[in-house]
Design a protein around this ligand. Structure first.
Ligand SMILES: [Zn+2]
Length: 745
């Protein structure tokens, strides 16, 4: 019975249990059905997320090169530290890893521990570490110091870094620092393009991120079944139309003018190839170093900022520094003033309503629409030809010519020159000037517009239109990038000149070249440089509101005017020095840029008899001499010199031997190496900044590779180089430079 009773009890229990299980099973089935059929998609995605884990590996960002392949923006190699938590658990070196990484990288022990506790095989600890840190970690991982000596067993146990790896990463570096800063733009913390060309061409430059994919078959399982690794794909390089040498010439001349004229609102300049629309140089002042956080140098602005606090300070700081990043030639507008008289002149010749020989009268003003509109010369210019009116920059002459063109034709031609639309340059945020509405464009508006007032254009629109005046009438789309290259430097895509439309006929273009040259020669322009045929026109405009005594001085120049190779526009915004006239403050800057650029192009000056009479010095032949001998020789002729390169022997000189120059003129000498001209002696760059070293190496015909970017904040000093100074390399070969953090060496 007992057994029976027990048996009955047991049976009851089994039954009850079975029933419960069955019930549970039904509930579960329902649940499974619900999960399977109703929430299936959602949940399987969740399961996948729990099972796989991806980590991105940064691709190497493509380089930005000048038109000759000089590196303006590069990605320096740096290390990123990552750990494999599972491997560290297996190796049992958790404490050693935490202590070592915390000590070397300066991160909190708790932060390292947090990464090690993760159920994963790949976690970042610190991205883009500096060179010194890399060196230490590398020695612990390899077991050898940098000289190849084995580390002691004790040291290796203390710093056992099994499961720690250094991953190749990159950091943006601009070898020339300030050069073309506003054009190149900036990248963010993850190397993404934020402004300028870095932004415009981000899709090409950024490359494709690599991935590490980990997977575990069951949720919560500590072991991962497999992992996959996808290599990052480096970004493409972009090759600019900009020529680093011309950019440097422009920035130097512009910056000197900016300082000398105390320009409250800075300035800008563009050099364009009028035959293609290629931008050869584009500069804005003041500027900043792309490798350093933006610093405010203006003492007035600094004083204003010091008086502010909190949010007000932040806002003012952002406002004060954002101006430094503006690529003025493209994103800012200005009133062109008298430089625009060239456009009005071209319109009238093209419409055949005026000739350069016919005469006009100037009494000092013209009465129009109830106003007296004055000539800049209030006494008047009297009777003069149209050509002389252009030389005199006489407003009443242009007003009369404007009236002959008429509102309708003026408006039509204004659009034809591209002033009502963006130029289409490959740069973000291009501005368009403002002009009178077509239906409201009155006779008075026409009169004032004909001498360049009452409207605004961008410097880029202006130089593009002027280029069409001297290239046969072709309005080109200006552009900054001429080639996209693969990461290994093979051309992928070439960007060709693009003609937008015809502005004037070839005949009008020929006449305009004569006008431009006559203006420079007969107005006694300070843009004139002996030996070169330079054409140009200055402009001065008073900023709004009138009477504020704030001016913009500008000059547009063309050279050589009989066969234009360059057009140059220089603008100084709000000069507060002794003078504000464009003809005084910007014409000599343009003259300097033009003559130095033509010399750089190897176009030697050709002198007139008149010029020659003033020239009493015959340039000696210094080719073949040592640099020291050449300097002594030039000194004895009372000539100045600038040396390009740092070889032992002079290989070329400009102007050539036998040329006549004025005493104290500057001779450019180029050096090479004695004996074997194919090999270049590596210069010593230890102790130099990255920028200075790059310049030295490039001048020697070599390239620079940066190892580590920890102290690439513009203050980094090179501590060693490979190969060492004195080694012989072929032209174009690279020298690797290394940094330390010490700044006071
Ligand atoms: Zn006049």
């Amino acid at each position: 019975m007992r057994s029976n009773r027990n048996k009955t009890k047991l049976t009851t229990r089994i039954l009850a249990f079975t029933l419960i299980v069955a019930l549970l099973f039904v509930v579960l089935l329902g649940r499974v059905g619900y999960l399977q059929f109703i929430k299936g998609g959602e949940l399987s995605q969740m399961a996948l997320d729990q099972q796989t884990k991806e980590s991105e590996i940064n691709p190497r960002r493509g380089s930005i090169l000048d038109r000759n392949g000089k590196e303006l923006a590069i990605s320096a190699s740096v290390d990123t530290v990552a750990v494999d938590p599972k491997r560290i658990r297996e190796a049992g070196n958790r404490e050693a890893v935490i202590n070592t990484l915390s000590e070397v990288l300066g991160v909190e022990k708790a932060d390292v521990a947090k990464q090690l506790d993760k159920n994963s095989r790949f976690e970042y600890v610190k991205k883009r570490i500096d060179t010194a840190q890399s060196k230490i970690l590398r020695s612990y991982i390899s077991g050898e110091d940098e000289n190849g000596n084995e580390l002691s067993q004790e040291l290796l146990e203390k710093h056992d870094l099994t499961g720690v790896s250094l991953i190749a990463d990159t950091k943006r570096f601009y070898p020339y620092g300030e050069l073309a800063a506003q054009v190149l733009g900036v990248v963010g913390a993850d190397n993404q393009g934020l402004e300028g060309l870095e932004y415009e061409y981000d899709a090409y430059l950024k490359g494709t991120a690599g991935r590490i994919v980990q997977s575990n078959s069951a949720v919560g399982s500590p072991s991962f079944d497999f992992e996959e690794f996808y290599n990052a794909q480096a970004g493409s390089n972009i090759k600019l139309t900009i020529d680093e040498s011309i950019q440097r010439i422009v920035e130097k001349a512009l910056n000197e003018a900016y300082i000398e004229n105390k320009a409250a609102n800075g300035g800008c300049a563009i050099v364009m190839n009028p035959n293609t629309g290629e931008i050869l140089a584009m500069a804005t002042v003041p500027t900043y170093n792309l490798n350093e956080p933006i610093q405010i140098k203006d003492p007035d602005v600094l004083a204003q900022l010091e008086a502010l606090e909190g949010e007000e300070y932040s806002k003012a700081f952002v406002a004060a520094t954002s101006g430094l990043k503006r690529n003025k030639p493209v994103v800012d507008v200005y009133e062109p003033g008298s430089t625009f008289k060239l456009i009005t002149c071209a319109m009238s010749l093209e419409e055949q309503v005026a000739t350069l020989e016919e005469t006009y009268n100037c009494n000092g003003f013209m009465h129009m629409g109830g106003h007296n509109i004055h000539c800049w010369r209030t006494a008047g210019h009297g009777t003069q030809t149209f050509m002389t009116g252009m030389v005199n920059s006489c407003n009443p002459v242009l007003m009369q010519v404007g009236a002959k063109i008429g509102t309708e034709n003026f408006y039509k031609n204004f659009k034809l020159f591209g002033f009502r639309d963006v130029t289409g340059i490959d740069f973000p945020g291009e501005a368009v000037g403002s002009f009178h509405a077509e239906e409201a464009f009155s006779e008075v508006d026409l009169a004032v517009s004909s001498f360049g007032q009452s409207f605004e254009v961008t410097p880029l629109q202006m130089i593009t239109a002027i280029s069409s005046l001297v290239n046969g009438g072709n309005l080109y789309r200006p552009y900054l990038v001429k080639e996209i290259q693969s990461a290994d430097g093979q051309p992928i895509e070439t960007i060709l000149p693009q003609k937008v439309r015809q502005t004037v006929s070839a005949e009008t273009s020929e006449k305009m070249k004569t006008v431009l040259e006559t203006v420079v020669l007969q107005s006694g322009s300070t843009a004139y440089v002996k030996g070169y045929r330079i054409g140009g026109k200055s402009g001065t405009s008073e900023k709004q509101p009138r009477g504020s005594n704030k001016y913009i001085g500008s000059f547009v120049g063309v050279a050589p005017v009989d066969d234009p190779k360059i057009v140059c526009l220089v603008i100084i915004d709000e000069p507060t020095g002794e003078n504000y006239y464009g003809g005084v403050i910007t014409a000599p800057v343009a003259g300097k840029i033009i003559s130095e650029t033509l010399q750089y192009y190897g176009i030697e000056p050709v002198y007139t008899e008149e010029d020659l009479q003033e020239m009493d010095t015959t340039v000696p032949d210094v080719v073949g001499k040592t640099t020291e001998e050449a300097k002594r020789s030039l000194d004895s002729f009372n000539l100045k010199y600038s040396v390009n390169g740092n070889g032992d022997q002079i290989v070329a000189q400009i102007p050539a031997a036998g040329s006549k120059v004025r005493s104290s003129s500057s001779i450019t000498i180029y050096t090479g190496l004695k004996g074997d001209p194919m090999l270049i002696k590596v210069p010593n760059v230890v102790g130099l900044s990255a920028e200075a070293a790059n310049e030295t190496l490039i001048n020697s015909g070599l390239k620079m590779i940066i190892s580590g970017a920890g102290s690439l904040n513009g203050k980094g000093i090179i501590t060693s180089q490979s190969p060492a100074a004195g080694a012989l390399l072929d032209e174009g070969e690279s020298v690797t430079v290394y940094f330390s953090k010490e700044e006071n060496q």
